[in-house]
Each structure stands twice: as structure tokens, then as C-alpha cells.
Design a protein around this ligand. Structure first.
Ligand code: NAD
Length: 507
């Protein structure tokens, strides 16, 4: 606990190692955790050094031999129980998310629900681990394959989904028999501790999931750790690139999901009113802090003036309030630095010649003057050379880029280095088919602005939005956390039935 100047106490969080809370090391570094709606410090989080990371990895390594042998049905039943506990604790989790991240409570509940879908998927893991069998591949010889867990897996997650992204990783990793060290974002670290405790209550043995808080120091130690077999990372592109390169150089299997710049194309034949509704929610929901947020509208010239008018009206109607306010549509951004950066990019766009149709800079919420609020912002006349287009803004800003039609729109998207999501609004099936086949993006929406795949498909972008081969959760997640083994088997009944020694390769 730390006592503030106002006499209130802010807790200091701990790690979660070997099934119980663990205090940060004596004299360890800490970081403040803010309530973005008030700007106040609500907790301090310990930043692990190598000692705490070693303790978490040792706990995971110690738990692996027993956990990897736990029968599939038992693993599934723990996940079923965990699912029930998540449902029971949805409001508690949503409250924690909203307080430390700032997003509105309904959105925070939605985040828990999307994570829960992955738990449900993981509870069906026996189906995915069944393997294959070839009877009589040669005379008296059968061949079969199955998959085995990797060992200790590191899961490193971003601030923007403090429950959902850990749940993209942990349920699939443990269902497939691995043990995990989760390093959540230090900006909103509390939800991961409740997740760990709920998994304990569900019956997960000690050490199977460990949570270690920290920053680059903890991450870099995990990436190089001898006893870590694989790394799942979600975060910004520069860090994803670093994580991928470092962990691969240290012999680990890696999936590193990075940032994004998601485009939505609006053709003139689309229902503009509903396209504008979808784009408003996709650009300003969660204050634009979603890796699948739509940040660029590529609008066919003939529809552009009308769409901009609709977007502007809808942006002005967004109710910006603290996340726990019953009427809030959108909360603050994560930090003061993020607010200043986003406002700087908006200012830069104006100086570069773009038109600020709705300008969210300097947005003040009564009674929350120190909160990190940025209002919804619509920028028209954006071109691909402007900084606001090139950078991932990660705030409530939508750029409008006017195009002559679908071909030009696809050209713009495919020239962008990111490739997470791309959407098309149209009434034409032909245009939709052309778009979904031509566009360079891992996830495509047709009249759907945020095409996050359901849990039984896998999530992943192309280009600078993903480093490594494997998408996350779903069938690709299960493959990522396991390695295949093929057994070639013969059972001769007598010595005479065994083939004589052969010195040529029989392949
Ligand atoms: P971030 O890259 O700053 O941090 C992610 C994680 O990496 C955190 O746990 C953090 O502690 C750690 N980290 C930060 N800097 C590091 C460094 N230099 N070396 C090693 N580790 C470091 O990302 P963020 O700001 O927390 O999250 C927002 C970003 O995540 C956005 O770019 C967003 O698009 C991206 N994101 C991507 C997806 C996806 O599925 N592709 C999903 C969610 C978020």
C-alpha cells in the first residue's frame, strides 16, 4: 500500500506464481496504474526482474510433467468449470477492465464474452488432438500420428484487451497440455490476477498458469529463457518484430501479432446509413483502441460527401463519458501520453492539408478534467503520404480517403504494410467476391466492419500485423501449442514373421 497526498491508499499488486500471490522482490521497480477517466493512480504494479521471471518459469516447468499427463477429459472439465466462473464473474472482470483501461462497461462485458468463446473452444480440445491413423501402410505395419505439448509457453499481452487476449492464449495452451507464464500489460494488470484465481478455483493445478508483471526487462528475459519453449505475443508492430526476432534466435516457436491500420471500403451502391453506423462503432468503440478498429474509410467519390456528412453527425452524437457511466458510448484513452500523441497526429493532419470535419482535441468531460479523453475525430481529404494515414493512431480517429472505385481502394490497402482486417460495404456480390480474393489482409469483412473470427476459426493478420506462421486461437492455436509425432509400428508374432535384415533404404 502507498498513501497518497489525499490520504487514500493505493494497493501494490503482486505476481501469481505456483498457484498463489507472490509479492514483488524487495526493492523491485514498480509502475503506477491509472484510472484513465480520472487520471488518478489506482494501484502500483511490480515490474519483475530476472529473479521473479525465473521463479515463474521454474513453477511452470515443475508443473509440466504432471499436467501434460492429465487425461483430456479432466482438462476439459476444468475448462468447463472455468467457463462457469467467468460467467459468474463477468461483472467483476468488466469493472476491473473499465477502471484500468477506461472502456465502457458494456464493451468490457463483450470482451469477457469473446474470451469465453475461446474457453468453450478449448474445452473441446479432445476432438482436435485425435491424430490420424493409417492401417496396413506396409505389410503388418501401421502408421499413426498424434500431437504433444511443447512445455512452458510465454504469453505476452497488450493493454487494450486485458481479459480477451490472455484468453486467446491461456485456455488453448493449457488444454493442449502446456504450462504458461503470462506477462500481461503493466498498464492494466489486475484482471489477469483474477483470471488466474478463477482458474485455480476451477481446479487448475498450481504452477500451470503463472502471472508475472513487468515491462521490457521481464519480456526480454522470457524471450531468451532456456526453459521457455514457445512465445505467444500480441502488441504493437515494433515490439512484435523484436519479440519474433529475439525468440526465434533463441530457438523458440513464436507467434507475434502486431499493430494494424484497418481499411473499410464504402462503394456508392452500399446502404450508406448502415455503413456509417458500422464505421462509427468500429472507429470510436473502445476509443479506437482495438487492433481491428476501422481507422480508414476508403469511400467511392460519388458517395463521399454524403458518407462524410453521416459520419460527422454520428461522431458528434457519441457520448464520451467515464467507462462506468450508464450512458457512456466511449471512454478515455489509456494514458496522458497516448492522448497527447493522438492529438498531435490530428494537428499534423490539419497542417498537412487534411480537413478536420470533427475535431476531438481538447475534449473535456465535466467533473473529469484530468481524465485522458479525446473526442471522436473525422478527418477528410487524407492521402496515403500523410503521417495520420501511415501511423497506427490507436485512438478515436477515422481518416476518409476518397477513391474512384474498388480497384483503387484495393490498391491503397495492398500498398499498406499492415494487413490485419479489411472490410467492404456494398450491395454487389461480384464486388464482394473480387475484394475478398484480391485484398492483402488476414481477416475480411463483407458488410461487417470488425471481422474478428469466431473462436473455432483462427485470428491473424498479414504483413506487419503478424510475425511467424501461425494465427492465434482456434485450430491454428491448437497446432501452435503442440508438435506432431508419427509412429510407424510393426508387431511380428514370431521371429520368422519379421522381415530379414535389409540394407537398402525402403523409404
Ligand atoms: P505494446 O507493444 O506496447 O506492449 C505489448 C506487450 O509488450 C506488453 O506486455 C508490454 O509490457 C510489452 N512491451 C512493451 N514494450 C516492449 C519492449 N520494448 N520490449 C519488450 N516488451 C515490450 O502494445 P500495447 O500498447 O500494450 O498494445 C497496443 C498495440 O497492440 C497496438 O499496436 C495494437 O494494434 C496491438 N494489438 C494487436 C492485436 C492483434 O491481434 N494483432 C490485438 C491487440 C492489440
Amino acid at each position: 500500500m502507498t498513501t497518497t497526498a489525499r490520504g487514500t491508499e493505493t494497493p501494490t499488486l503482486g505476481h501469481w506464481i505456483d498457484g498463489r500471490p507472490a509479492a514483488g522482490g524487495a526493492g523491485a521497480r514498480t509502475a503506477p496504474v491509472h484510472d484513465p477517466a480520472t487520471g488518478q493512480v489506482v494501484a502500483h504494479v511490480p515490474l519483475a526482474g530476472t529473479g521473479e521471471v525465473d521463479a515463474a518459469v521454474a513453477a511452470a516447468l515443475g508443473a509440466f510433467p504432471a499436467w501434460s499427463q492429465v487425461p483430456l477429459g479432466r482438462r476439459a472439465s476444468i475448462l468447463f468449470r472455468f467457463r462457469e466462473l467467468l460467467v459468474e464473474h463477468t461483472d467483476a472482470l468488466a469493472g476491473i477492465i473499465s477502471r484500468e483501461h477506461g472502456k465502457v462497461l458494456s464493451d468490457a462485458r463483450g470482451e469477457v464474452a469473446r474470451g469465453l468463446e475461446v474457453v468453450e473452444f478449448a474445452a473441446g480440445i479432445p476432438q482436435l488432438l485425435k491424430g490420424e491413423f493409417s492401417d496396413q501402410a506396409s505389410t503388418g505395419v501401421d502408421v499413426y500420428s498424434f500431437r504433444q505439448p511443447l512445455g512452458v509457453v510465454a504469453a505476452i499481452t497488450p493493454f487494450n484487451f486485458p481479459v480477451m487476449v490472455p484468453l486467446w492464449m491461456v485456455p488453448v495452451a493449457v488444454a493442449t497440455g502446456n504450462t504458461v507464464v503470462l506477462k500481461p500489460s503493466e498498464r492494466d494488470p489486475s484482471a489477469s490476477l483474477l483470471l488466474a484465481d478463477l482458474l485455480r478455483q476451477a481446479g487448475l493445478p498450481d504452477g500451470v498458469l503463472n502471472v508475472v508483471h513487468g515491462d521490457r526487462e521481464a519480456v526480454d528475459h522470457l524471450l531468451r529463457h532456456r526453459d521457455v519453449a514457445a512465445v505467444s505475443f500480441v502488441g504493437s508492430t515494433p515490439v512484435a518484430r523484436h519479440v519474433h526476432a529475439t525468440a526465434v534466435a533463441h530457438g523458440k516457436r513464436v507467434q507475434a501479432l502486431g499493430g494494424a491500420k484497418n481499411h473499410a471500403v464504402v462503394l456508392a451502391d452500399a446502404d450508406l446509413e448502415s455503413a456509417a453506423d458500422a464505421l462509427t462503432a468500429a472507429a470510436f468503440g473502445s476509443a479506437g483502441e482495438r487492433c481491428m478498429a476501422v481507422s480508414v474509410a476508403l469511400v467511392e467519390d460519388a458517395a463521399a460527401d454524403r458518407l462524410v456528412e453521416l459520419l460527422a453527425a454520428k461522431a458528434r452524437a457519441v457520448r464520451v463519458r467515464p467507462g462506468d457511466h450508464p450512458d457512456a458510448d466511449m471512454g478515455p484513452v489509456i494514458t496522458r501520453a497516448a492522448k497527447e500523441r493522438i492529438e498531435g497526429l490530428i494537428g499534423g493532419a490539419e497542417r498537412a492539408g487534411a480537413r478536420l470535419v470533427v475535431d476531438g482535441r481538447g475534449h473535456v468531460v465535466d467533473g473529469h478534467e484530468d481524465g485522458f479523453f479525446v473526442g471522436p475525430t473525422v478527418v477528410d481529404g487524407v492521402t496515403a503520404d500523410m503521417e495520420i494515414y501511415r501511423e497506427e493512431v490507436f485512438g478515436p480517429v477515422i481518416d476518409v480517403v476518397r477513391v474512384t472505385g474498388l480497384e483503387e481502394a484495393v490498391g491503397v490497402i495492398n500498398a499498406n504494410p499492415y494487413g490485419n482486417g479489411a472490410a467492404l460495404f456494398t450491395a454487389s456480390g461480384e464486388a464482394a467476391r473480387t475484394f475478398q480474393r484480391a485484398v492483402s489482409a488476414g481477416m475480411v469483412g463483407i458488410n461487417v466492419a470488425i471481422p474478428v473470427p469466431v473462436a473455432y476459426h483462427s485470428f491473424g493478420g498479414w504483413g506487419d500485423s503478424l510475425f511467424g506462421e501461425s494465427h492465434i486461437y482456434g485450430p491454428e492455436g491448437a497446432r501452435f501449442y503442440t508438435r506432431g509425432k508419427v509412429v510407424t509400428e510393426r508387431w511380428p508374432r514370431t521371429r520368422d514373421a519379421a522381415p530379414p535384415a535389409s540394407f537398402h533404404f525402403t523409404g
